[in-house]
Design a binder for this molecule. Structure first.
Ligand code: AMP
Ligand code: MG
Length: 299
């Protein structure tokens, strides 16, 4: 088992957020400045995780989350609905990013895969501890994900650098260690559901070349599937015309989860993910994660 106060705190925080998010019925979305959707659940999750970590680890605990305070300031009705859902009035500091220049900082995607969440499909609450430009602890909460190895819907996955990757159902205490598969054929390739997030045409060519099966799925739940050995490859291929540099909160938790389960994660040019460049992975192009044995063939 893992032995880490930080991991325990992260699991508690994500489990609390899952409960609050579960109370959001019929989610509706607003549109952010970058045209991506956001819901009450995104804000509720960030408020709960941040508050929980600060309660457990001290008020100085630093965190960068995806959601900012602007929307709450501009939309008092939304802020009031959020306070009602939470049962407390969230203070603005819960939505003000800490500096990630030095020291340890948590990185949070409060609802990764908001589009999946809105469709009732996969989404993940993704929390990671970044220290000295490395991810040290990672937690994914995936309420809609059914891992075969757990045999029921909903899971928490945790990884601690050097201590492995573990999963449990939402309402159980026992952790099961996850290991990636050792398949080198009949590969299962995980891809985005949203065509805008990854170049399908390239992924399709790779799928055909390897005689693989494509499994579209939203969010970092894909990393949990890979870690559990229920898929072999995860490709994130930016469009040539408009190269998207990944946000750290979209990759931080998932990357350690896959590595600690025995997998490999690099960008499309076989470089390790470089978490030293602020809130985006400026030194990387796309993502290729795998079970390990098939990684070089993919490159
Ligand atoms: P997925 O559910 O794997 O398709 O990825 C969801 C994430 O894609 C969101 O959290 C967004 O931050 C991210 N995203 C948004 N736009 C793009 C884009 N153009 N390319 C790649 N990822 C994006
Ligand atoms: Mg995200």
């Amino acid at each position: 088992m893992f032995d880490s106060r930080m991991a325990e705190a992260a699991v508690t925080a994500v489990a609390e957020a899952i409960k609050v998010v579960g109370r959001v019925s019929r989610p509706q979305s607003l549109t952010k400045a970058d045209t991506s959707p956001v819901t009450l659940a995104d804000y509720a999750s960030q408020a709960v995780v941040t508050r929980s970590l600060r309660d457990q680890l001290g008020p100085q605990t630093r965190l960068v989350g995806e959601e900012g305070s602007e929307l709450l300031e501009k939309n008092p009705e939304f802020a009031a609905r959020l306070a009602e859902l939470l049962g407390f009035s969230p203070t603005p500091d819960l939505f003000q990013p800490s500096s990630i220049e030095d020291g340890a900082c948590w990185v949070l995607d409060p609802i990764d895969g908001t589009k999946g969440f809105l469709r009732g499909d996969q989404y993940a609450i993704a929390l990671a501890l970044l220290k000295q430009h490395q991810i040290k602890v990672a937690v994914l909460g995936c309420p809609n994900l059914r891992l075969e190895c757990l045999g029921r819907q909903g899971c928490l996955v945790v990884a601690v650098r050097g201590q492995g990757c573990w999963a449990r159902p939402l309402e159980a205490d026992e952790w099961l260690q996850l290991k990636t598969s050792d398949r080198q054929k009949d590969l299962r390739i995980l891809t985005s559901v949203e065509p805008a997030h990854s170049d399908d045409a390239v992924a399709q060519r790779v799928t055909e070349r390897f005689g693989a099966t494509a499994i579209p799925m939203d969010s970092q739940a894909k990393y949990a599937v890979l870690a559990a050995g229920e898929g072999e490859v995860y490709l994130r291929i930016p469009y040539r015309e408009k190269i998207h540099r990944e946000y750290i909160w979209d990759q931080a938790a998932g990357s350690l989860i896959v590595e600690e389960a025995g997998g490999v994660i690099t960008d499309l040019e076989d470089r390790p993910l470089d978490f030293s460049t602020g809130t985006r992975l400026l030194n990387n192009l796309g993502v290729c994660a795998s079970n390990g044995p098939c990684h070089q063939a993919l490159m």
